[in-house]
Design a protein around this ligand. Structure first.
Ligand code: NI
Length: 182
């Protein structure tokens, strides 16, 4: 396995709609493993393929971050079948450093996807898992947390990111990552 570089806003790959994966091949399985490793290394609870520069409908999610047995989900072509209720919480994103946004989501979702072995699965999710799945599926449709900001806040954040990308100074304290990086 290897770790991948996380693309950050305003990288254009994050704005694209990803096409479905046609066949779950060995390459796809390898990419899912690398995405999971990259997610854990960056203290994330979810990661979508466009965040590592791949235009494919693939996500990995582990809201327990491996702390309570094997709770890692590696999903191909995930899609929301049913949704109900509303909930609001603060979300962060590995592709939008130093940004936390209050986001309104469905409280419960049913998600259909393919597993790495090609079998179909249906996941009934609520709480943080439901939020995380909706956040990652947003990524596959080119939707980012920044799209939920007012145009003024978005433009300020964009300038800040461009400035920091240009300076590209490594962060002093990588261990102080905000909660809920999806
Ligand atoms: Ni994200």
């Amino acid at each position: 396995m290897s770790t991948l570089t996380i693309r950050t806003y305003p990288d254009p790959v994050l704005k694209e709609e990803c096409p479905p994966v046609e066949a779950v091949t060995q390459d796809i399985r390898r990419l899912l493993d690398d995405m999971a490793e990259t997610m854990y290394l960056n203290s994330g609870i979810g990661l979508a393929a466009p965040q590592v520069g791949k235009k494919l409908r693939l996500i990995v999610v582990d809201v327990q971050r491996g702390k309570q047995g094997d709770t890692l989900l590696k999903l191909v072509n995930p899609r929301i079948l049913n949704k109900e209720g509303r909930t609001k919480s603060e979300e962060g994103c590995l592709s939008c450093p130093d940004l936390l946004v209050d986001v309104s989501r469905f409280e419960r979702v049913t998600v259909e996807a393919l597993l790495p072995d090609g079998r179909e699965t249906t996941i009934e999710a609520e709480g943080l898992l439901a939020i995380c799945l909706q956040h990652e599926i947003d990524h596959l449709n080119g939707v980012l947390l920044v799209d939920r900001l007012s145009s003024l806040r978005r433009s300020l954040y964009r300038k800040k990111r461009l400035r920091e990308n240009a300076a590209s100074t490594p962060k002093d304290d990588e261990s102080q990552s905000p909660p809920r990086l999806l």
